[in-house]
Design a protein around this ligand. Structure first.
Ligand SMILES: *Cc1c(COP(=O)(O)O)cnc(C)c1O
Length: 396
């Protein structure tokens, strides 16, 4: 057999403005190429402690159990649910997009019964509807919600939700994959019990780790299980013994290089400061939205419920949306996202996450969209979207 002839790795440079992954800072790329330590080396254990301390700061929690699960955001979702849900448990799942649906799917695979409380895509699920489901179902193990629904660009309000769940004896599980590091995630103030994220969105780190924090109440529920956790790899008890200071029992080999990368990405987040970082995401999202409005693109989510990290807009009538995305990628090397599920072919999803939330990104994507639309004989006079974005910056 002849060996395949493969050229040196040289992918094109892209401006990543889709629903993830997001652009990665050169300091994080450098951290990835740091020589490895053994995963039980005392020096590596110190690095794990540092990552845990920084994760608590960005999650705004004092939870001792705050770790990075080996795997992407979906592994965080699976870890949160597989540890809490036992066969027969009822779990109320707020579904208003792809990721709420994925949570319900995992609950079912854990042998649980997913009680879906649905809202149209682009809207959020009212707390009253969750309260009604809790009252109706009686014994509910947990309520699961998506803070930042990346498939629709809507932001689920969380104020008071933890207290509501606890009054009914249920735990609160929150997906913060597209919010952590981009908009406020306040685990302790929300009284949330299991909160997970991913590295590849607003943390601007490559995909590969899933930050996860569990409250003492959630850990108590894990300890009180009647059955073993179905997943050996994601079993919180065993993983905790690996991450816990003083224990460090071998469970699986931590992805060393990814831990290095996350450490540097978190350092960047904390150097900037959470509040300035959130304000930066808001400022650029506002300018993007102003520019998109000038292109005739209306946001899918209602005012006051829109994510700064992901803008989902409806495509103007008569536009070949896939051709526009192909054009952006081929001509401008810019990636944006299309719609999923019922929104396929109907929306564009533009992420301004972490390092991507910059004026250069906003102006580049608006100029590219203007050009692509004008090639189809659509859109406003050249420069109109850029002017609208610049006016938004001047007002900010
Ligand atoms: C991206 C995303 C996930 C899944 O993360 P992966 O890194 O793709 O596994 C889960 N939830 C939400 C809200 C997301 O945006």
């Amino acid at each position: 057999m002849t060996a395949p002839q493969i050229s040196e790795l040289a992918p094109p440079l892209r401006l990543l403005l889709g629903p993830g992954p997001s652009p990665v800072h050169p300091r994080v790329l450098r951290a990835l190429s740091t020589p490895l330590l053994g995963h039980l080396d005392p020096k590596f254990l110190e690095i794990m402690d540092e990552v845990q301390a920084m994760l608590r700061a960005v999650f705004q929690t004092a939870n001792p159990f705050t770790i990075a699960v080996s795997g992407t955001g979906s592994a965080g979702m699976e870890a949160a649910l597989v540890n809490l849900v036992e066969p027969g448990d009822a779990v109320v799942v707020a579904v208003a997009g792809v990721f709420g649906g994925r949570m319900a799917e995992i609950v079912g695979r854990c042998g649980g019964r997913a009680v879906k409380v649905e809202a149209p895509w682009g809207q959020t699920v009212p707390a009253e509807a969750i309260g009604e489901a809790l009252a109706r179902e009686g014994k509910v193990k947990a309520v699961a919600v998506v803070h930042a629904e990346t498939s629709t660009g809507a932001q689920q309000p969380l104020d008071g939700l933890g207290a509501l769940c606890h009054r009914h004896g249920a735990l609160l599980v929150v997906d913060t994959v597209t919010s952590l590091g981009g908009l406020p995630v306040e685990v302790d103030r929300w009284e949330a019990d299991a909160v997970y994220s991913g590295t590849q969105k607003c943390l601007s780190c490559p995909p590969g780790l899933a930050p996860l924090t569990l409250s003492p109440r959630a850990l108590e529920a894990v300890r009180a299980r009647r059955t073993k956790v179905q997943s050996w790899y994601l079993d919180a008890g065993m993983v905790a013994d690996y991450w816990a200071a003083g224990k460090r029992l071998y469970h699986h080999t931590a992805p060393i290089s990814m831990i290095y990368a996350l450490r540097e990405a978190l350092r960047l987040v904390l150097e900037e400061g959470l509040e300035p970082r959130f304000a930066r995401h808001r400022r650029h999202a506002a300018a993007l939205l102003a520019g998109l409005a000038a292109l005739g693109c209306e946001p899918q989510a209602a005012e006051g419920q829109r994510l700064p990290s992901l803008t989902c807009v409806r495509i103007p009538p008569g536009v070949d949306e896939a051709a526009v995305r192909r054009d952006l990628l081929a001509e401008r090397s810019i990636e944006i996202g299309g719609g999923l599920g019922p929104l396929a072919g109907k929306v564009w999803r533009i992420g301004l996450m972490g390092e991507g939330a910059r004026q250069e990104s906003v102006l580049a994507v608006l100029a590219a969209l203007e050009q692509a639309l004008s090639r189809q004989g659509k859109g406003p006079r050249p420069g109109a979207a850029l002017a609208a974005a610049l006016e938004s910056y001047a007002r900010a």
